[in-house]
Design a protein around this ligand. Structure first.
Ligand code: G1P
Ligand code: ZN
Length: 543
């Protein structure tokens, strides 16, 4: 087998964002683009020689080709072994589990999460550490530095490895081990949850619908929900992973999971509805005619997790990303648990999980998870919900309404303004940042501002500091606005405006969140001069 050293030059813009490097698929397909980044990963992790990695992804367009390139490059740089999900498929949480279970030196996940896939859509490459979680800022920083100085990369010339064939293959001296992507993950879920109780619930007539959105969770949900738990055939829909997600946008929210929303509306709906995203780490939870916001879901799960065997001794602590609603904080305070507020992005939970400071954590962007892996986990959230429903005997609506009655309700929504001019967005943030200090005490849209600041985070475990993690405005009485620019977009800038208010008493149950948050929304526009800077009055997405 020939080993080649290919000369190359740095390519601009290979800076890993909130979750690895995400670009248009065609960009990744340009000469040297993927190779430069992969070689820079090797540099960023101190070389791959002698190491064992996990490799897999959500199966989107270009994944099979990218997997072969990565294998040939790993072999060229002396990796000992790469464990690959069959056909290069692995959900993100399953990859995290494999990294941990097999004690590997890390792994590479091929995904752009919930972004559409296809030649004209998005692709992504992310490196995860030996703890199973996304590489921290120091590693991604070193990877980025390497992309700026790269002069060559190494690759072997070889036939494609047959990734449909389970078992060990050789690529030069390196072993490529093709594994069933589902089995280890399904075993883990069975250890964490009370499968007997869920099986009994289902055999008593409880019905559900899980929408895999033509993405990676199809095979996992089929094996677990229909296989191990006995749900009726057809419970899992859109179950076959497609390279372009059948032209859809595999993002589990009421906008993109319309099919699920309509199946859960009106008469004769299933008792429970759920969906997951492209790579299986996000989740959406529904009851009949009820969408549970991710922030509420996180709070409900934290309040009831002890009903699952894995968490029956209680939670060490909990965490949420800063923009996520503070419904979780209320639960933590009542239960006497520590509650951490971290910057957006799962990587910030890693140290807290590793140090045993938290057991459960989540983000408003439909991510929930625990210390069982180091990624958020869509199916895990679905199974914890099912476990709780089975053990309480309550329906989704009853559980959520009881939660609000006990802890109060945090009205919550996120408004996204997509494809905004990046320079104008930066100007808007600079302008608001310069005015933040003077905002306290002012009254806007009938609300008095109590405090305004920019969020920075000092990691309580390693002391590292992340600055400029969102501008926030807090109102008297508990209202809050957070402004952030997305770090995962691939075109222009996406402005995210997170709105929250605290509701108590009888109106908490029946009020529409958008309506309840309308004055906070008006304040958000006025304070940041959103129309002036973006030309927009209405968001593209209300999540
Ligand atoms: C978005 C979400 C964030 C999540 C990330 C990866 O990042 O807001 O919570 O961790 O996707 O799934 P953003 O585009 O806001 O930087
Ligand atoms: Zn995802």
């Amino acid at each position: 087998m020939d080993m080649l050293t290919i000369e190359t030059q740095p390519i601009d813009g290979q800076k890993p964002g909130t979750s690895g490097l995400r670009k248009k698929t065609r960009t990744f397909m340009e000469p040297h683009y993927l190779e430069n980044f992969v070689e820079s990963i090797w540099a960023g992790i101190g070389g791959v020689a002698g190491k064992t990695l996990v490799l897999g992804g959500d199966g989107r367009y270009f994944s099979p080709e990218a997997a072969q390139v990565i294998l040939r490059m790993a072999a060229a740089s002396g990796a000992a072994r790469v464990i690959v999900g069959r056909n290069a498929l692995l959900s993100t949480p399953a990859a995290s589990n494999l990294i941990r279970k097999r004690g590997t030196d890390g792994g590479i996940i091929l995904s752009a999460s919930h972004n559409p896939g296809g030649p004209d859509e998005d692709f992504g490459v992310k490196f995860n550490n030996a703890n199973g979680g996304p590489a921290a800022e120091d590693v991604t920083g070193r990877i980025f530095d390497a992309t700026k100085t790269i002069t060559s990369y190494k690759i072997v010339e070889a036939q494609d490895v047959d990734l449909s064939d389970l078992g060990e293959h050789k690529l030069g001296d390196m072993v490529v081990e093709v594994v069933d992507p589902v089995a280890d993950y399904a075993d883990l879920m069975e250890e964490l949850f009370d499968f007997d109780a869920i099986r009994e619930l289902i055999s008593n007539g409880f019905t559900m619908r899980f929408d895999a959105m033509h993405a990676v969770t199809g095979p996992y949900a089929k094996a677990i929900l229909e296989g191990r738990l006995g749900a009726a055939g057809g419970t899992v829909v859109n179950a076959e992973p497609k390279p372009d997600f059948a032209g859809g946008h595999p993002d589990p929210n009421p906008i993109w999971a319309k099919e699920l929303v309509s199946a859960m509306s009106g008469d004769d709906t299933p008792d429970f509805g759920a969906a997951s995203d492209g790579d299986g780490d996000r989740n959406m939870i529904m009851g009949p005619d009820l969408y549970v916001t991710p922030s509420d879901s996180l709070a409900v799960l934290a309040a009831n997790a002890h009903l699952a065997p894995a968490y029956e001794r209680g939670l060490a602590g909990v965490a949420r990303s800063m923009p996520t609603s503070r419904a979780l904080d209320v639960v933590a305070a009542r239960k006497g648990m520590e509650c951490f507020e971290t910057p957006t992005g799962w990587k910030f939970f890693g140290n807290l999980l590793d140090a045993g400071r938290i057991t459960l954590c989540g983000e408003e962007s439909a991510g929930t998870g625990s210390d069982h892996v180091r990624e958020k986990d869509g199916l895990w959230a679905v199974l914890l919900w099912l476990n709780i429903l089975a053990r309480t005997g309550k329906g989704v609506r009853e559980l959520v309404h009881d939660h609000w009655a006990e802890y109060g309700r945090n009205f919550y929504t996120r408004h996204d303004f997509e494809g905004v001019d990046a320079d104008r967005a930066t100007e808007m943030f600079d302008d608001l940042r310069s005015r933040l200090d003077g905002l306290a005490g002012q009254e806007v849209a009938g609300r008095r501002i109590e405090e305004a600041n920019e969020f920075s985070y000092e990691d309580p475990v390693d002391g590292s500091v992340a600055r400029q993690q969102g501008l926030r405005v807090m109102f008297e009485g508990g209202g809050r606005i957070v402004y952030r620019l997305s770090g995962t977009g691939t075109v222009g800038a996406t402005l995210r405006v997170y709105l929250e208010d605290v509701g108590e008493g009888s109106d908490a149950k029946d009020r529409d969140a958008q309506e309840a948050l309308d004055d906070i929304r008006r304040a958000a526009h006025e304070i940041a001069r959103i129309e002036h800077y973006t030309g927009r009055t209405e968001p593209d997405v209300r999540a």
